[in-house]
Design a binder for this molecule. Structure first.
Ligand SMILES: [Zn+2]
Ligand SMILES: [Zn+2]
Length: 395
């Protein structure tokens, strides 16, 4: 089979770039990807791939049974964009004001669709079943993956693979490693109510800014004082609102504050979240203020399976890609929900040409850019090779 995947990827290179640019020009926000979902469903129907029923929202799962026995392997692409306005001047720039594919999910979707097209017309290459998982809402809690797990897809899938564009890494690199790769996240929102009043009569009021200010320090000390120093944990206070700008003689009634916690250990994330709530209640009680705390437990830590990692590395070696050993990051990825159920892995493929006309720019930035002409044919070949390698390793 050697060389087959390379030839197939080359044959679909123009198609994958064209589709990625179409999707890039028509981005949709998380859980609002109705046109993107229709585009996906129309394409799958046109190539004769049936979809699973009972899948919620804008997610779509195509199912392709091969002509030979083998494992059930899932490939996942997230399909959502972000709420920001593109600042790149490209012929295919976003046509939807305030929405942009600034994380590369358009590229993931286009590559997965090309894989579906290739395997639909080469069923002899498919052993067992391939599930093409087009997932809504990766960027926005609670994420689309959790719902797909609830819809039962991981009962069918033995191994799940995905790739993510890495906008700052060079084309030809792949970042894969086993173990925890992304953080467990949680967000908190705290409303502190005191008693408003006149600045000249503080004893007749109860200023909620005082416990809120203490709480800012207390929250920031959790990683230093309450977590094992060998763990990776960070907390942020991301908003803090009270009073009226410029109005100096009014003690405010209320403070609204919140932020997030990111930890490479899901249990420790749970502890940090509860600690934020405990501190908020204790400090507010000491100042006789009322305190309402809302906690949202986000994605768990994303843990890559050793067998999947091995498959990723063998596929990279067979293509001569440079394997990076980048450390884990405190970003988050809802792929973690699949990895909680079955062996799963996500590889990060370099999409940058440092000598290109547009400088590599980070994800979620209005100038986010990937070199799709160089990067996408390689991403397609890599994921086809991952499938080929998986069959060799798993059968
Ligand atoms: Zn993102
Ligand atoms: Zn992303």
């Amino acid at each position: 089979m050697s060389g087959t995947m390379k030839k197939l990827a080359a044959a679909y290179a123009a198609e994958v770039i064209k589709n990625r640019r179409y999707l890039h020009a028509h981005p949709e926000l998380s859980f609002h990807e109705t046109n993107t979902a229709q585009w996906i469903r129309d394409h799958l129907a046109a190539i004769g791939i049936p979809t699973l029923s009972g899948i919620t929202g804008n997610s779509t799962v195509g199912v392709l049974k091969g002509t030979q026995p083998g494992p059930s392997i899932g490939f996942r692409a997230d399909i959502d964009a972000l709420g920001l306005t593109e600042m790149n001047d490209l012929p295919y720039k976003s046509t939807h004001p305030g929405i942009m594919h600034a994380c590369g999910h358009d590229a993931h979707t286009a590559v997965l669709m090309a894989m579906a097209e290739i395997f639909a017309s080469h069923r002899e290459l498919v052993h067992g079943t391939i599930y093409f998982v087009f997932q809504q809402g990766e960027e926005f809690l609670p994420g689309g993956a959790q719902q797909l797990v609830k819809d039962g897809i991981m009962d069918r899938i033995d191994y799940m693979f995905a790739w993510h564009a890495a906008a700052l890494e060079k084309v030809g690199t792949v970042d894969v490693a086993a173990g925890v790769r992304e953080a467990a996240v949680g967000t908190y929102d705290i409303k502190i109510t005191g008693k408003g009043g006149h600045g000249g009569f503080p004893h007749k009021a109860n200023n909620p800014v005082i416990p809120a200010a203490e709480l800012v320090s207390a929250i920031n000390l959790i990683p230093a004082l309450k977590c094992d120093p060998l763990e990776n944990c960070t907390v942020s206070v991301s908003y803090f609102q009270c009073g009226v700008d410029g109005v100096a003689n009014v003690i405010p009634e209320r403070v609204s504050m919140g932020g997030n916690a990111r930890v490479l250990n899901t249990d420790l994330r749970d502890f940090v979240m509860k600690e934020i709530e405990r501190l908020a209640k204790a400090i507010c009680a000491a100042h006789q203020c009322q305190c309402d705390v809302s906690l949202v437990y986000g994605y768990p830590a994303n843990t890559i399976d050793a067998t999947c990692n091995d498959i990723f590395r063998k596929a990279a070696a067979s293509m001569g890609l440079t394997v990076l050993d980048n450390p884990p990051v405190l970003g988050a990825e809802d792929f973690a929900y699949y990895a909680q159920k079955k062996p799963a892995g996500i590889a990060k493929l370099g999409m940058a040409d440092p000598t290109g006309a547009i400088a590599p720019t980070s994800h979620h930035n209005p100038c986010f850019y990937i070199d799709d002409e160089k990067g996408l044919p390689l991403a397609l070949e890599y994921m086809l090779t991952v499938y080929e390698t998986a069959l060799q390793e798993l059968m």
